[in-house]
Design a protein around this ligand. Structure first.
Ligand SMILES: Cc1ncc(COP(=O)(O)O)c(C=O)c1O
Length: 479
């Protein structure tokens, strides 16, 4: 079988997965790609989530319509001219691509993400194609048929934010290259968005401004945008306070908003659903469990699933979605407990899962839709539970961030409550790399985290440099 891949210059080549016995590149592209001729006509637009008749062109600098959030809308009719099999073949072919942008997990699905951008305006750092690793010991402990972790932190800046930022920064790059007067991109962040924005903006040569809540992000998260040359502004407030400031600043349309309120971000992030289903050989699990803060990511997960159902790549029973929040910042859980009641903003309290310390989530309306469509639930998790859950996963070879700990803690609780049934097949979306949260890891194992019992702490033993001391130490451990 020949695997087609489009190079950056637009020509078609075969990737190294070409098993042709002659091994030479044929003059003609593989026949199946002809099915996709005419796809260059595809064009996405912004659409109000509250009124399907309100559209804005992506060229407009606009983030809402009279207070209603926007989504990136794709006209499904031309996409549906291709069969589900055609799409699977195209996306499958690009999975083996060597060159960017096809090699990117996001841009390998360009027709569903941002079809009208020229390839040479794309700013990609090879995001996506994150591992979907089995977690058999945790699955056995919880009585699940299958548990996999979608490791979105195994990526350029160490979090899932790269998936959305490549789309947003690429589009800003395109706008600037076609004459738009955009001077800079700006975001408020709990640490990961700023790291992604700074890296992609630096790659594109676009100035970046980031607002961080002072002393509320990890050291690794703080130094990432510093290293990438962003203008880093630490404010004496929380994330919600930073969000207010950046929204005021970006009233000036020459400074482009890079938070997930800007639905271009969600377009890239939705590929996590498509990629996961593709890795499961185009099947869906029974449950997705995902940590939620500003709630862009759960909205994106649902949007990716929607598109696969709408275009027939998935049929039958829909997976359910569980959103996991830290008990210290759980406005969605509070709404869920009251039957999806309107948002009551909170002042988010301190949590080890600092990136989801958000009390007034911007994408709340989209998350409510996601929960309705996917028979979803929301679950809050204590500091103690999230810490142990992350540590249990680490003993299976992972290196979980505290937010993934929140998702794993919620999974445990939902299984205990019988909401997630034994024998289910579950995918947990792991949102960041544990290496960004060394303070959390060391604090846990040294037993120094407030309100955390560190039940399975693994203490470093300091011993005398003698064979006898080593023997004693090993005896205590190995018996
Ligand atoms: C590591 C991590 N996990 C989860 C989230 C939650 O994503 P969202 O804010 O889109 O709900 C964030 C970002 O806020 C994050 O940085």
């Amino acid at each position: 079988m020949k695997w087609a891949s489009r190079r950056v210059d637009g020509t078609i080549g075969l990737s190294d997965r070409d098993t042709s016995p002659r091994g030479r590149i044929p003059a003609e592209p593989p026949a199946f790609l002809a099915i996709f001729d005419g796809m260059s006509q595809l064009r996405a637009r912004f659409r109000s989530i509250d009124d399907n008749s309100i559209f804005h062109e992506l060229e407009e600098v606009v983030y809402d319509h009279e207070g209603s959030l926007l989504e990136v809308h794709h006209d499904l009719a031309p996409l549906a001219e291709r069969t589900p099999g055609d799409w699977k073949q195209l996306f499958g072919g690009r999975a083996g691509a060597m060159d960017l942008p096809d090699r990117s997990g996001v841009w390998g699905k360009k027709e569903w993400v941002l079809p009208q951008i020229p390839d040479d305006h794309i700013v990609s750092l090879a995001e996506g194609w994150n591992p979907l690793l089995p977690s058999p010991r945790t699955a056995a402990r919880l009585g699940l048929a299958d548990l996999r972790l979608k490791l979105c932190g195994t990526t350029h800046t160490g979090s899932f934010k790269d998936l959305g930022m490549t789309v947003l920064v690429s589009w800003v790059n395109h706008l600037r290259r076609t004459g738009a007067p955009i001077r800079a991109v700006a975001c408020a962040s709990t640490g990961d968005t700023s790291a992604a924005l700074a890296a992609y903006a630096a790659a594109a040569g676009i100035p970046a401004i980031v607002f961080l809540p002072a002393d509320k992000v990890s050291l690794a998260q703080l130094i990432q945008p510093v290293a990438n040359g962003a203008h880093v502004l630490a404010l004496d407030t929380d994330f919600d306070g930073c969000m207010k400031v950046v929204q005021e600043l970006t009233q000036d349309k020459t400074i482009y908003l890079a938070n997930s309120k800007n639905s271009l971000r969600v377009e890239g992030q939705k590929t996590v659903a498509i990629e996961t289903v593709q890795q499961l050989r185009w099947t869906a699990p029974d449950w997705f469990v995902i940590p939620g803060g500003n709630l862009g990511n759960v909205s994106a997960l649902a949007k990716g699933l929607d598109m696969m159902y709408d275009l027939g790549l998935l049929t039958g029973k829909r997976p359910r979605i569980a959103v996991a929040q830290a008990a210290a910042a759980d406005p969605l859980v509070k709404s869920f407990e009251k039957g999806l009641a309107p948002l009551e903003p909170q002042t988010a309290r301190t949590t080890l899962a600092s990136a989801i310390r958000i009390g007034n989530p911007v994408s709340f309306p989209k998350a409510i839709e996601a929960l309705k469509k996917y028979n979803g639930v929301a679950e809050s998790v204590s500091e103690d539970r999230l810490s142990d859950a992350a540590a249990h996963g680490d003993l299976e070879g992972f290196y979980h961030c505290p937010h993934t700990g929140v998702a794993l803690g919620a999974l445990e609780q939902l299984v205990e409550k019988g909401v997630i049934e034994k024998g289910s097949r579950v995918v947990v979306v792991s949102t960041a790399h544990g290496l960004k949260f060394s303070e959390f890891k060391t604090g846990y194992h040294e037993g120094k985290l407030d309100g955390v019992q560190s039940r399975i702490a693994n203490r470093v033993q300091r011993i005398a440099p003698t064979y006898a001391a080593v023997q004693d130490a090993l005896k205590a451990r190995l018996g």
